[in-house]
Design a protein around this ligand. Structure first.
Ligand SMILES: NC(=O)c1ccc[n+]([C@@H]2O[C@H](COP(=O)([O-])OP(=O)(O)OC[C@H]3O[C@@H](n4cnc5c(N)ncnc54)[C@H](O)[C@@H]3O)[C@@H](O)[C@H]2O)c1
Length: 331
């Protein structure tokens, strides 16, 4: 069988090809699956997708009409897939329920420390042989308070690093994680976490209950000099409201690896085009904001594990096995 993989990055391709060798052929495309590209999948029983692929009603209907029976998503989050439609179309959907949480947690910390210690500005200056320190003052993390919204696998890994810095830990989640409590984390209501934290990091999944979790009121509840990091999903933050607060000169730093309208932008080279998204264009002008394009997971370790799990998901589908990765089972 030949599988069609959408949205494959250049350094991901050899890993995918090596993993599938001896099992199934894979045709890797750098384009993302969307309404325009869905017809390419005609005749492919299995398509392999990534976070910024669109698997809404229209695309799923096109895939089903072309004979696709399985979607193997190369990520943990699946908010881009309409599972109800997939089920109605009798299409199996599997994702990668877990892989190195350290990849994302360590990157969230890279963002936090980069904005805190003004690393990007410092690097730009030294390339210009400007060795002044003005405007580069940061703050110790030791003794300050980290607020972790979502204390699952990634949130726990983030909290462990915060603990290593000697920070006080506040948590907010629908379920308490014993390992976090052993680190001294206190679970508090969201409002209290936002009001008391010097660093707020988001690690909940995007779902209707968490959409715009950080809205205008939540941003106003935060300390003026707090650091906000989002390495989970862009839709957790009302970005227009964030821009309004930044315009008021609030926040020591904001590190965003995800953006609510990132599909169609992130993972693509848009450097020669006019950016039509005014919110994103404004966001990147703030000196205290750092935006990266959904790269937190992008380590050899995590991508290797994602590819291995995706292969296993396809083999399980072919051989009629179920696993914790299956979101819509084979009917
Ligand atoms: N930027 C990236 O490259 C990248 C990579 C992987 C994952 N992610 C994001 O990180 C998220 C977290 O991943 P994880 O592996 O830690 O997931 P996880 O399932 O281990 O943890 C999620 C936590 O959120 C909590 N939660 C769920 N719904 C909630 C709600 N309504 N209110 C409060 N808490 C709630 C859960 O109880 C759980 O503790 C993913 O959903 C994904 O969106 C981003």
């Amino acid at each position: 069988m030949e599988i069609l993989a959408f949205g494959v990055q250049a350094d991901e391709k050899p890993l995918i090809e090596a993993a599938f060798r001896g099992h199934h052929e894979v045709r890797c495309l750098d384009v993302f699956l969307n309404e325009d590209t869905a017809p390419i999948a005609a005749g492919y029983e299995v398509v392999c997708t990534s976070v910024n692929c669109d698997l809404g009603n229209h695309v799923l209907q096109t895939l089903a009409a072309g004979g696709t029976q399985m979607v193997a998503q190369r990520s943990t989050g699946f908010n881009n897939i309409d599972l109800k439609v997939a089920e109605r179309l009798a299409m199996t959907v599997a994702r990668v329920s877990s892989y190195s949480p350290y990849s994302v947690a360590e990157f969230a910390w890279a963002l936090a420390m980069a904005v805190n210690r003004r690393i990007v500005r410092a690097s730009t200056r030294t390339r210009d042989f400007d060795f002044r320190l003005d405007g580069l003052m940061g703050r110790d993390m030791h003794g300050r308070t980290a607020g972790v919204l979502g204390t699952g696998k990634i949130g726990e890994a983030f909290a462990r690093i915060a603990h290593g810095f000697g920070m006080n830990l506040l948590g907010w989640d629908v379920a308490e994680t014993p390992a976090c409590m052993q680190l001294g984390m206190r679970y508090v209501p969201k409002e209290r976490l936002l009001a008391e934290s010097d660093l707020v990091s988001l690690h909940v999944p995007l779902m209707p209950e968490t959409s715009r979790l950080i809205d205008a009121d939540a941003l106003k509840a935060m300390k003026d000099d707090a650091i906000l990091v989002n390495s989970s999903r862009g839709g957790l933050i009302d970005t227009a409201a964030l821009v309004a607060e930044l315009r008021e000169g609030r926040f020591t730093g904001v590190g965003l690896d995800v953006y609510e309208a990132e599909a169609g932008l992130f993972f693509l080279d848009k450097s020669l085009q006019a950016i039509e998204d005014d919110t994103l264009a404004r966001l990147v002008t703030f000196p205290n904001v750092l935006v990266t394009s959904h790269q937190a997971y992008y380590t050899e370790d995590a991508v290797g594990q994602i590819v291995e799990a995706t292969l296993k998901n396809v083999l399980d589908y072919k051989e009629g096995r179920r696993s914790e990765n299956v979101l819509v089972p084979r009917s």
